[in-house]
Design a protein around this ligand. Structure first.
Ligand code: SAH
Length: 214
């Protein structure tokens, strides 16, 4: 696949759309200019890769809307070198955005097919994330605790294990809800380990399911 001036132009337009929709974080917008989203999609969707749309990525899953990725990423206020845990690698696009921001990214996916695909494309683009085929409810204790945690599937409740693996002073963004839509929660753990929660609007994600898919 190639990344040419036309794709770059379309990315700039997408960034304009994200700005109009209220994304102000310049570092996040720059990452959207850098990461070629069309590499993460099946060939049939490539011409629409830079519209604010979700697409099927296989195994019944979807790549999130660019606005949703930008919104969740901006909430985490990521700085270079931070350790981030992502639950739901999916296509690997969000993973690449986090890497582009200079984070050390650890990402878990329960669909083997998607894990295998992402594990090719992410390093092929020069991003150095650590990916795992596993159950995100368990987190990744061997590499924790994490500065930030991002959950990109709709969770029925806040997984206790993930809260445990969040550093004091850390933040987790997670969509909570069991129906078609979820409430975006920003969870902050203060320096004493106390938790506070903020509700930040309604979104629609595929569900966070238990254990790996066979
Ligand atoms: N960040 C992804 C979004 C993919 S959709 C992207 O940018 O493309 C959410 C993903 O979460 C799906 O691929 C789904 O298989 C995965 N998922 C659902 N439950 C999970 C769990 N318990 N552990 C890990 N991944 C999970």
């Amino acid at each position: 696949m190639i990344d040419n001036f036309k794709h770059k132009g379309l990315r700039n337009k997408l960034v304009d759309t994200l700005r109009e929709k209220g994304i102000q974080d310049e570092a996040v917008l720059t990452a959207f200019k850098n990461v070629p989203r069309h590499f993460f999609l099946d060939a049939v969707f490539v011409s629409q890769a830079y519209s604010n749309m979700a697409f099927q990525i296989g195994a019944g899953q979807t790549i999130s809307h660019p606005y949703t990725v930008a919104f969740q990423t901006a909430l985490l206020t990521i700085t270079k070198g931070e350790k981030i845990l992502e639950i739901g690698t999916g296509s690997g696009f969000q993973t690449a955005i986090l890497c582009d921001l200079g984070a050390k990214v650890f990402s878990i996916e329960r669909q083997r097919e998607l894990y295998l695909k992402a594990n090719k494309i992410v390093p092929a683009l020069g991003y150095n994330a650590k990916l795992k085929y596993g159950d995100g409810y368990k987190g990744w204790p061997a590499f924790g605790p994490f500065d930030k945690i991002i959950v990109t599937c709709g969770a029925p409740f806040i997984p206790e294990e993930l809260v445990k693996q969040l550093k004091n002073g850390g933040k987790m963004v997670i969509p909570i809800g069991e129906g078609k839509t979820q409430e975006m929660l920003l969870i902050t753990k203060n320096i004493n380990g106390e938790i506070s929660k903020e509700q930040l609007g309604v979104f629609s994600f595929v569900p966070m399911l238990k254990e790996v898919a066979k």
